[in-house]
Write a protein that binds this ligand. Sequence first.
Ligand code: GLC
Length: 547
Amino acid sequence: MGQPTPARTRVTGSAAAEGTGTDWWRSAVIYQVYVRSFADGDGDGTGDLAGVRARLPYLAQLGVNALWFNPWYRSPMKDGGYDVADYRAVDPAFGTLAEAEKLIAEARQLGIRTIIDIVPNHVSDQHTWFRAALAGGPERELFHFRPGRGEHGELPPNSWVSQFGGPAWTRVGEGEWYLHLFAPEQPDLNWAHPVVREEHEEVLRFWFERGVAGVRIDSAAMAAKDPVLPDFVEDRDPHPYVDRDELHDIYRSWRRVADEYGGVFVGEVWLPDTERFVRYLRPDELHTAFNFSFLSCPWDPVRLRESIDVTLAEHAPVGAPATWVLCNHDVTRTVTRYGRADTGFDFATKAFGTPTDLALGTRRARAAALLSLALPGAVYLYQGEELGLPEADIPRDRIQDPMYFRSGGTDPGRDGCRVPLPWAAAEPYAGFGPGGEPGGEPWLPQPAGWAAYAADLQADDPGSMLSLYRTAVRLRSTEPGFGDGPLSWLAAPASVLSFARADGLICVVNLGPEAADLPAHSRLLLASGPLDDDGRLPEDTAAWLRA
Ligand code: GLC
């Protein structure tokens, strides 16, 4: 790894980290915490809230403005907590509600806001509603139960396929079938029922009352269904369960709840049609949504520039800030993706044994970090991205993700990006838990060499990924020219992305083999790798400058 040129070191305390008042979310750096794999406070091999609380100083030092927590509620963990059994309880493996309250308050003391994750599309099959539904109660109407087709009802009610593979329906004994767009343990809710709407607004209030600043909405474009539940027909509009118009009314009423508390939303909206996508971001709906077009974009100057331009152009009319995301708990880790022949991301092309050049991927990921942190809007970092962690190969007998099982073992699933973090190189299990006592083995195995990525090693190495992120996030927070605001492209060769932000800030990213000249009359603030002997920017390297 190259040694970056030292940046200006004017670093302020929590006031800078806190962001600017009520509009903090328009330019925030938000760190995603997958609690199960972040830090293990009690030594049982599973990450927990105690582990997060102990690491808050690390997060403050990184300079992030908010934490987005994947679901921490009571759950049988059939889909890593996205099978919620009780929204008003924290899973005992993670801690208690009182601890969550303490965590929210302690983070806020450090200038860090909390974003929780709400999963409107479905609940766990252990949720009291679904148990009551199976027992024949009126709660049945809160789900989608239907008689099967075929002479004896032995065929699913329609042709829908689960997002994890296999049919989207499961039969209860010899009786009716219920719909689940994900795993069978995640029955879909019936959003046409007023009780479903009321309950979710109560859940929002429950957590806003406890001090959360925002809510990530899981599978946000999938909750509403065509009431007829027709067969799926390719290209028929409207889709029976994706991006249905009814959703907008639901999110408008969520917005009214959020506005009472100054809370903000970020939607998980995977839609290829950007015009449809930004409809969720109209002023009375969601504040922001994840930019999956940027996340999926290959490491290619033309495609990246197009992705940035389309993003900015589509967000402008609704007045919503863009978000910039390189990875999360569902997708291949950035250094691995950028080290492959196909540098884009697509669930359909994931496979075991894809050749990967990690040195190349890491160089590009460093450049991509400076690119995304220089773009207008909010930036999401996924835990371990700041350590440059690669996607891990999980031995097949240790895989837990339902995507692997429901694909019949062809899709490696998502566990490879969910491996417990390495904190201390010399400790057992790279310091994931307190002391490596018996039973402390991490819930997913850490691959050989994981300790080399440990945060404590990287903290002392100015050339490490962690040092690059710390410097870049800090610099961004002290430079109001970054974050929300205008961007203008500067003249540059076809393989170079060069743009100006406010206050004379410039970002240059070279994706081509020829070294690139840096803009004249500019001062280098930070680079993702060393410049060449002539002071030019080498391939797969990015620089921040001031004109
Ligand atoms: C979202 C989550 C993913 C989960 C799915 C079902 O896509 O990010 O992890 O499996 O929804 O809740």
